[in-house]
Design a protein around this ligand. Structure first.
Ligand code: GLA
Length: 387
């Protein structure tokens, strides 16, 4: 992304002065889907695409003047207005500002202009990129950078919960804040411990195929999935009052089977996927340590199968892209992110790459009337001040 582009708009739309520039990335996730809010493991990495914002205190007590460069949309609002702005993009600014205030940052009025190159609705967390970018800026401008990285992650998540209607986990905001070029990160979402995993698969590459089918997580089946998981935990806890069951992380296959009849087949299938996925993330780590990329790929296909059949967050277009990958001998492929549209992540051998992409474009176009978009994955750095 281009600083001069963002800066020129900031200058033009406000009072001609410059501010500070911050950037935060979107993310990929190799494996570990819908495990974050279940206390499990995830394996994301930041990408080289994200959000860039120029920001500056404007001297008012609580008036925010915000310009979304890509949408050419300007919204002004007051932080003291309990309803906040209506425009969905402006709610991220409003929400994160209030969450940073809760953390003790004396946020006052500010001007902000931002742009992004994370494809929207592709499952690459454009919203987390916004939250962590704005959090990073507010922390710097008003908070002497006293808020820790983890608190910024949690402020981003709270913004989704409290102002945007998505009961998400912490994976996206974590990846956006903590990302490191060339590294994936294995995060234990319960203890919040994580490790950087240098990811340079010799002879393979990661590529995303974006179906351009858009999902909308707010008020969507995303929250229903989370409710299903929590319902299963509640039933297991009731059967085992001696134990402490906070999330599916604390539950075993046997305990899940015990409550199968009472929770019903749908919730059972949701929890079954999560228990399997929890193990798969660890298996992927072992396989990576051994350089066994074929094993990694096999586990990715298993995840797709589970997300499609048991968790039911895939869609026809993504199942089609997954089949095309399989038929082209792609090592691993699966739907990535929350689901209900978006893209597949593919681990593909270098020598198969060209044919796979050409075949996927051709066949998808024949069936759905447009080509999928192709993004080669470059694993980039997390949130930072640019200047
Ligand atoms: C969305 C949410 C994340 C996570 C993924 C699914 O991206 O924001 O917290 O639950 O879906 O893995």
């Amino acid at each position: 992304m281009d600083i001069e582009f963002v800066r020129s708009r900031f200058i033009k739309h406000f009072d001609g002065k410059t501010g500070n520039v911050y950037a935060s990335p979107g993310r990929i996730n190799l494996i570990g889907e819908h495990t974050d809010y279940n206390g499990g493991f995830v394996f994301p990495g930041a990408v080289d695409k994200g959000v860039m914002a120029e920001m500056r205190a404007n001297g008012t007590e609580d008036t925010v003047m915000a310009y979304a460069i890509d949408l050419k949309d300007r919204v002004d609002f007051k932080l003291s207005d309990p309803a906040g702005p209506k425009a969905s993009w402006a709610r991220y600014i409003y929400g994160i500002a209030l969450e940073m205030k809760k953390l003790g940052v004396p946020v006052k009025g500010f001007n902000i202009a931002f742009a992004g190159d994370v494809p929207l609705g592709a499952g690459m967390s454009s919203s987390a990129a916004m939250e962590s970018c704005f959090a990073c800026g507010l922390n710097d401008i008003f908070g002497e950078n006293k808020v820790s990285q983890w608190d910024m992650v949690l402020a981003g998540q709270a913004t989704e919960h409290n102002y945007c209607g998505v009961n998400c986990g912490i994976m996206d905001q974590f990846a956006s804040v903590f990302g490191k070029a060339g590294c994936l990160m294995r995060l234990d979402c319960r203890s919040r411990e994580f490790e950087y995993f240098p990811f340079k698969p010799d002879g393979y590459r990661l590529v995303l195929l974006d179906s351009v089918v858009k999902h909308q997580l707010a008020g969507s089946p995303y929250n229903d999935r989370r409710n299903s998981c929590e319902n299963v935990v509640k039933h297991i806890q009731a059967k085992h009052p001696e134990g402490k069951f906070e999330t599916l992380r604390d539950c075993t296959w046997e305990q899940l089977d015990e409550v199968r009849a009472e929770v019903g087949e749908e919730d059972y299938k949701r929890a079954k996927f999560v228990l399997g996925e929890k193990d798969r993330v660890l298996a992927v780590c072992d396989a990576l340590n051994e350089g066994d990329y074929e094993k990694v790929g096999e586990l990715m296909y298993q995840t797709h199968e589970g997300l499609s059949k048991d968790y039911e967050v895939s869609c026809e277009e993504l199942d089609f892209l997954n089949d095309v990958a399989k038929e082209n001998g792609v090592t691993g492929s699966r739907i990535m992110g929350g689901g209900f549209g978006g893209c597949t992540i593919n681990l593909v051998r270098n020598d198969l790459y060209k044919n796979f992409i050409a075949d996927a474009k051709k066949r998808f176009n024949e069936k759905y009337g447009h080509e999928p978009k192709v993004y080669d994955v470059v694993i980039g750095d997390g949130s930072r001040k640019i200047c």
